[in-house]
Ligand binder design. Structure first.
Ligand code: GTP
Ligand code: SPV
Ligand code: MN
Length: 594
């Protein structure tokens, strides 16, 4: 319970609206976590994995309709429609609340209402923000235990009048007396709403139990609501990993990188450099909150406490640090259950001959479909990562030297290039494109523009967001991080990866570090500064020279062909497109004409 009158009143109000059978205030303890897992095993929602191979780990299978974020059902309900901008869905906040109140009416019947006080960022840190999530999903409670700092200590910090962000969540599946529950209750897609009310720092989510739709501290609070607060208060909330790279001489570099969902953040954050003497440590794998410190530099913290990582493709070969992180005290969703009660997914080191797939059906490699859903995920405590940075919970954050943008592109976009200056860097981030992945359920396009990997996560007008980036650059001046753009995903015509990726990506990061130290030259091209023929350290890497040449090739015709689409995309921003972005587009067009 709480001494906070505002919180108590809100919980009472929700209780009256949603009519749960019980109310449970979460204390964040291990005992609470264990009891909830036991409850879910008993109800058939969770499967306990083999204790000797995966101690204290559980597998869940979601409803086949509830497997990823639903961008088409995600709303930024600010007062004025034009402030949501052309890249967000908008509904008038009063109207949306009326619709959702109708849905919330009695929606927790037969269920328990959990009150989850949580902190994004270390509890009590001046940069941390407190949220309180109400949810009727015990799965959400256990995931929040891992992904955020949950519990009584948060209520203590909140005191009797502290500020918190209310996050209301229901799976939208009331139980009538005698009605049998299903393993993964949720509402049909047309009743799902992931709603944000940025004018009042409020989040209402209904109908989904999966990932960013339901773990409201993550995308809803730490990105959509926080991005609005950050603009107002002069800081940044970004969809970025944070890592520390140390060179053989012991010099440290801090890198923050924005790639769209399922495009390599977790992997890069836990990189094991293939080049001798270089060390990489992970600060965060998905979200960065960054403020200008007393030294005038940009300092980043990871507001999360766990990783909600893409399972397929994760292996000891590709990401050993993630594999060591997730082997205990973790939750798995939509993976394969093997005959010896372990989890498996496509791309894991050893093949799986037989098991139960994510839909609960018998599965073999001959089944003709992946056994794990492409957006199957692990939820694992960050502190278990062997490569976690000793300073990952430092409230002061780490000073960022380098920003990296990128996306998944089979063609055109080269392995790496450096921006000419800050404004060009903002242009590179803003013009990012990526092939669409399984992380969003309802996006049919193959390729899309995803500025700063924030398209689904920016809580206000994207034109104003670009302006905010320009203004942050002005404030940082010569202390602004240097900007780069990468693409690990270029392929040959017959579909082979040109770049080995993963630990070898350290070679590209090394080039960036040498660039900012002025140790290595670059070639100026129409799209930015590129490595010279011998600029990248490729020692010990078995890669054909022709592949390297292709990875660094700038096809001016292909770039030119993309400009009309870029112009059309930015035209939607109308008079909110910053003149400095307009100038960058014109510069790009001029380059391509020359
Ligand atoms: P979200 O959690 O959705 O925000 O995704 P993320 O950006 O953290 O993506 P993640 O690192 O989980 O990578 C997604 C997929 O891309 C996985 O299947 C990885 O194995 C694969 N991947 C990551 N890095 C590389 C790389 O360097 N090369 C190749 N070919 N694949 C990669
Ligand atoms: C993403 O989609 O970018 C994720 C997973 O990190 S979710 O938490 O579902 O948004
Ligand atoms: Mn993400």
């Amino acid at each position: 319970m709480t001494e906070h009158a505002g919180l108590a009143a809100w919980v009472k109000e929700v209780e009256t609206l949603c009519t749960p059978d019980k109310v449970h205030w979460c204390d964040g303890s291990t005992k609470e976590y264990d009891e909830m897992m036991q409850l879910m095993v008993a109800s058939g929602m969770a499967t306990k994995l083999d204790e000797s191979s995966f101690p204290n780990c559980y597998l869940f299978r979601s409803d086949p309709s509830d497997v990823a974020r639903v961008e088409g059902r995600t709303y930024i309900a600010c007062r004025e429609e034009e402030n949501a901008g052309p890249t967000n869905n908008w509904i008038d906040p009063d109207q949306l609340k009326e619709t959702m109140r109708g849905l919330y009416q009695g929606c927790m019947k037969g269920r328990t209402l959990y009150v989850i006080p949580f902190s994004m960022g270390p509890i009590g840190s001046p940069i941390a923000k407190i949220g309180v999530q109400i949810s009727d999903s015990p799965y959400v409670v256990t995931n929040m235990h891992i992904m955020t700092r949950v519990g009584t200590r948060v209520l203590e910090v909140l005191g009797s009048a502290g500020e918190f962000i209310p996050c209301l969540h229901s799976i939208g599946a009331p139980l009538e007396p005698g009605q049998e529950d299903v393993p993964w209750p949720c509402a049909p897609v047309e009743k799902k709403y992931i709603s944000h009310f940025p004018d009042e720092n409020l989040i209402w989510s209904y109908g989904s139990g999966y990932g960013g739709n339901a773990l409201l501290g993550k995308k809803c609070l730490a990105l959509r609501i926080a991005s609005v607060m950050a603009r107002r208060e002069g800081w940044m909330a970004e969809h970025m990993l944070i890592l520390r790279l140390t060179n053989p001489e012991g010099r440290r570099y801090h890198i923050a990188a924005a790639f769209p969902s399922a495009c390599g953040k977790t992997n890069l954050a836990m990189l094991q450099p293939s080049i001798p003497g270089w060390k990489c440590e992970c600060v965060g794998d998905d979200i960065a909150w960054m403020k200008i410190g007393g030294d005038g530099r940009l300092h980043a913290i990871n507001p999360e406490a766990g990783f909600f990582g893409v399972a397929p493709g994760t292996s000891y070969d590709s990401n050993p640090m993630a594999m060591d992180t997730l082997k205990s005290n973790s939750i798995f969703t939509n993976c394969v259950l093997t005959d010896d009660n372990k989890v498996w997914w496509e791309g894991m080191d050893e093949p799986c001959e037989h098991g139960i797939d994510w839909k609960g059906r018998e599965w073999t490699p001959a089944s003709g479909e992946p056994g794990a859903h492409p957006n199957s995920r692990f939820t694992a405590p960050a502190k278990q990562c062997p490569a976690i940075c000793p300073d990952w919970e430092d409230p002061a954050g780490v000073p960022i030297d380098i920003f990296v943008f990128g996306g998944r592109r089979a063609s055109v976009v080269p392995l790496v290039r450096q921006a000419l200056d800050w404004d060009h860097g903002v242009y590179l981030g803003a013009s990012a494109t990526s092939e669409v992945t399984a992380a969003a359920l309802d996006i049919k396009a193959k390729l899309r523009r995803d500025p700063f990997a924030m398209l689904p996560f920016c809580g206000y007008h994207m034109g104003d967001y670009l302006q905010h980036w320009f203004e942050m650059g002005d404030k940082l001046g010569d202390k602004a991080p240097k900007v780069f753009y990468v693409n690990w995903f270029r392929k040959t015509e017959d579909g082979r990866w040109l770049w080995p990726g993963f630990g070898e990506n350290a070679r590209v990061l090394k080039w960036m570090c040498e660039r900012i130290d002025g140790k290595v030259d670059a070639v100026e091209t129409s799209i930015g500064l590129m490595p010279t023929a011998d600029g990248l350290d490729l020692e010990g890497l078995d890669i054909p020279a022709a592949d390297v040449e292709e990875l660094l090739r700038v096809d001016d015709n292909a770039w030119k062909a993309e400009l009309p689409d870029l112009r059309e995309f930015f035209a939607k921003f109308g008079d909110r497109l910053p003149p400095r972005m307009q100038a960058q587009i014109e510069r790009a067009e001029q380059f391509q004409r020359a």
